[in-house]
Design a protein around this ligand. Sequence first.
Ligand code: SAH
Ligand code: TMP
Ligand code: ZN
Length: 408
Amino acid sequence: MHCRSCEMSLKPFMSFGQQPIANGFIESSAIGNEYFYELEVAVCPGCGLFQLVTQPDAGMMFHKNYAFFSKSSKGMQRHFSAFADYVRQNFLTSASPFVVEIGSNDGILLQNFADWNIAHLGIEPSQNVFEEAKRNGVETLCAFFSEDTSDKVCDQYGKADAIISANVICHIPDINSVAKGIVKLLKPEGVFIFEDPYLGDVVGKTSYDQIYDEHVFLFCVGSVKNIFEKFGLTLLDVLPQTTHGGSMRYVLGRQQYHEISDNVQKQIAKETALGLSLDSTYDAFRNNCEKSRADLVKLLTELKAKKKKVVGYAATSKSTTVLNYCNIGSDLIDFISDTSPEKQNKLSPGKHIPVKSHDEFVANYPDYAVLFAWNHEAEIKSKEKRFEESGGQWVHFVPDVRIDEPIQ
Ligand code: SAH
Ligand code: TMP
Ligand code: ZN
């Protein structure tokens, strides 16, 4: 196995065991036919890139029925409206700018540019979310981004002032093809701005649930510099984000047209202090994951022994890693409540916990709810006050396994 960026040979430092497709919610008739692969992770000794050893084929994850619609979170809608403002104010200075987004999903981010009448194009391979974007007037091409797609977009639409992306670049295994495609598609002074879950947060919070099939990479400032600088794109700025439990926004462009912010060196110093390139850091991370697993199973087993009703809140892709790594099934969690109709009345990948509508959660509040969508905690707690008033308590597992104190 070799690094997907620099081709140095890789040695996995831990395995999360056999895992199904994280967003592969199934009908009961499909039990027995599920695809599993071993979820092993490694950090490249050459370029520092954190990556999965094997990733299932893209067509198994991104297809006509992708289970995740970005607009399902109000908090993310606000985040993306602020992201669009940031891009427009800082980088769209030409008379008639053109913005391309990679992995635009249902149009949550590009909708802002469409509303401002700014020329834009989304590149989105999953048919159902692509169609939703088109319905809302967001110009979108149904394709996987790669160097080839970039050539086609250049021919048909011309070059971009800004290429933007959120929670997508970490999904694309051929990162060198992505980099080459971006270099071709950007105007000379154009910028590439992307954000993704940040390795420093995953290591710092033991949020190992960010590791699943779709996330083939977890980036940090050091690895992003190494990946893109060999293609002539300089890292100009880095801006930490609170989304998805801690993300990083990276701004890249050709050095002769831009200044480099001090933020880049400051963040690299933080990564050195965190030990993001040391083997010992990942040995400690593995130990922390094992402790988190033992603590969560112990807690849920105790609650069950006390005859408490425990459900899961939000059937996130992240929860697939947790449930399968910890071997938690419907013996410990009755069902998982989720607002996405695509997941409801199906079974969770691998462990086959029933997924039910949010109405079922409200109709009969449980004693405990495991907060799988912990990255949306503020949004969820504000809309679920009645659950807490009914005596319900949240179970958390990031950064530690714990139960919220009941409200008085
Ligand atoms: N940007 C959205 C969606 C993130 S989910 C948000 O932040 O909410 C990841 C998206 O990337 C999915 O919609 C998936 O279909 C898309 N995707 C996966 N591989 C891709 C590729 N090679 N090129 C473009 N999009 C891709
Ligand atoms: P993700 O973490 O894989 O992006 O998926 C988020 C899932 O969480 C999605 O299926 C919708 C669900 N969800 C809820 O059920 N309730 C909520 O309040 C939020 C924010 C998300
Ligand atoms: Zn490498």
